[in-house]
Design a protein around this ligand. Sequence first.
Ligand code: HEM
Length: 426
Amino acid sequence: MTFLTKSAARYGDIFKFHILGFPMVMVNHPDHVEHVLVRRAENYTKQGVVIFDLAETVLGNGLIRTPGGPDHARQRKLMQPTFRPNVVGFFTQNMIQEAIHLTEMWRPSAGKGTPVNVTDDAGQIALRIVTRSLFSADVSETARDFELAFADANEVLGSLFRNPFPPLSFPSRRRTMMRSATKRMKTFVENFVDRRIATNDVRDDLLGMLMRATYEDDGGHMPIKQLYDEVLNLVIAAFETTTSGISWALYLIAKHAEVGRRFVNEIDTQLQGRIPTYQDLNNLTYTRQIVDETLRLYSPAYQTMRAAIEDDDIGGYHVPAGTNIYLNSYVTHRHPNFWQDPEKFDPERFTPEAIAERPKHAYFPFGSGPRICIGKYFALAELQLILAIVAQRYRLEIPPDQGPTVADQLITLHPRGGVRLLVHER
Ligand code: HEM
């Protein structure tokens, strides 16, 4: 990240560098980000892109990794209705119950002077939320193995990105770890799908909706192999990103007393002690600003790539067909032309007036264009609800003797060792 930030400062908004020996063009200007993700999205594919090739064994042909174009559009059309804001509202019950569960988990530690590992606990909750929403299932027993398998895969893929040797094609500890992790994650989700099919159970959860959805062109249902891939893609996409988001948000609130006071004041005034509902979220505007600013500083899915299908021109630079394009929201979210004092945590950057003054693509934690995060509204509701419910019950504090929490650049931006905070009953 330091290398890329320094390179952007030195070479400007578009420059070439190498990852894993591959030439890569980084675009850092909001106009260039918009060009690749939105305006000329049809010319930028995930086909043959190193980061997605590495993840092929895990992600298969699911939405995250599928190259793009008409196949992606067809699949996305089938899945999109399941993630509309009104449908997400239906799943917020799970988020609310699990957020309450999180506050219960912290009760024994409250006021005892022993920090809780927010990231470990939020991870459990985030996984329970997505699996309950997908499968209507309580995953307490098998969840830990999924979490460990995911952590291994995140570690292997993150480290491969920095140091490609030995590659996954060589027999090595990495390969063994990755194979085992992939198998365990696949088994976790496939068991749920198989059981549903075997019992012919009809449910109004995400899995049920995806099984009933039909393709627009031929009216058919999703083939089983595709269903396995999509379901694992959803669990993976939803689990670690929201875990990191919750962790960083609670860390930043604990670190910034004035923000914390305004936040609690909003929660108390708007909710008057009531448990929040989906309908309350529109009124929790400062909470949303905190979420937005957290995702600016610690954008969990901080990097992505595309390859140019045909020759193009980006901001006056010739981009030959086949060029790999690299986008890094961690770096763009600190672009000095659009963000004053970029390292400062300041939710005021996300008032409607402040947003209107910036180019739209100076901020893209959920990506943009046809491949924008399908779970955006799900994630935002989850983050707002969990923050609100935690704040109703606890004041969080960074242990006085603790050093700064740093970000590990895995496939996601993970707080190293987890965010550790002291919890005090309010
Ligand atoms: C704070 C939480 C989250 C963040 C920051 C995030 C971020 C992103 C980003 C940046 C992309 C675009 C990647 C690219 O262009 O290559 C993406 C795609 C995706 N996300 Fe999320 N995500 C989050 C939560 C979720 C959740 C909760 C779900 C599902 C319930 C989800 C499902 C997906 C899927 C399926 C895609 C692929 C969409 C496509 O290519 O059509 N994400 N996400």
